[in-house]
Each structure stands twice: as structure tokens, then as C-alpha cells.
Design a protein around this ligand. Sequence first.
Ligand SMILES: [Cu+2]
Length: 160
Amino acid sequence: MLGKLLKYMSVLMVSAVVAVGAAQADPIEVTSPVLRTTIGDSRVTSAYVVLRNKGAAQDRLLGVQTDIAKMAGIHSMTQKDGVMSMAPVEGGLELAPGAKVVLAPMGLHIMLMGLAEPVVSGQKVPMILIFEKAGEMPVTFTAAPLAQIRKAMKKATAGD
Ligand SMILES: [Cu+2]
């Protein structure tokens, strides 16, 4: 009986959260969603995107969902003693009001591991970006080779 009640209550709480999210106009602008094509037998790749928080409140990119990979997460890349290493961004990626956060090669990226299939150029990959306040946002990423992504990202971030 209690279990049933708790289940009902949690459903109510989820509906409330969804209602709040739907009431706001999308304060997070998502542009230039791309992912790298895989090389050879590699089953790992990275996806990049430009995020802009147009709202007045801080938000966070908490995670990413996709069917193409067993694991998707947000990674940062740092250089120490000339060696690049990457690590998960703990607690989500902060998006301050007005901030533009660029996920690009050699920096922040969406890490995709355990790909079921290789990623080929031009492939459209649906993903869901999960924000703390803005909620779930479906975004279609387009696959391209790294050199092409570098060029496109440079263009997308020019003038800042
Ligand atoms: Cu990574």
C-alpha cells in the first residue's frame, strides 16, 4: 500500500518538474552539433556543440543520452607536462547566465564510448542533452571528419 502511494507520489513529482520546464522558453541555445567520424575499428568518438545560456539563471549540462553508444559523458581535456588527458566533468558543465560554452576538439567534449557501429561522414545522430533547469533537449548531431569539424568550429566561434 505504502509502496503504491510512494510510486504515485513520485509520478506526481516528475509531472510537476516537466510542467515547470515546459513553461519556460528555451533559455539554452544549442548550435553547431557535430561528432567525429570513427577511424578504423575505433568504437570511441567525441561530439561537439556550442551552448549559450540566454536565460537569467545558471544552468548545467548534466549529461547526454544516445542510442549509438553504451556510454556518453561530458569530458574536459587538460594539458599537463605536455601530455593531454581527459576526465569526466564532475557535477555537470556549468552554464552561467549569458555564458557561451564551446565544446570543441582539444577541449570540452561529449565522450561516446562503446559504439555499436562506426560513425560515417554525413550520418545524423540524435542525442538528448540533459540540462538541470532547461530539461531534456533533443539535438541531431551530424558526423564529419576532424579537419572539417575544426574548420566549422572556428567559424562558429569567430567574433567572440
Ligand atoms: Cu573524453
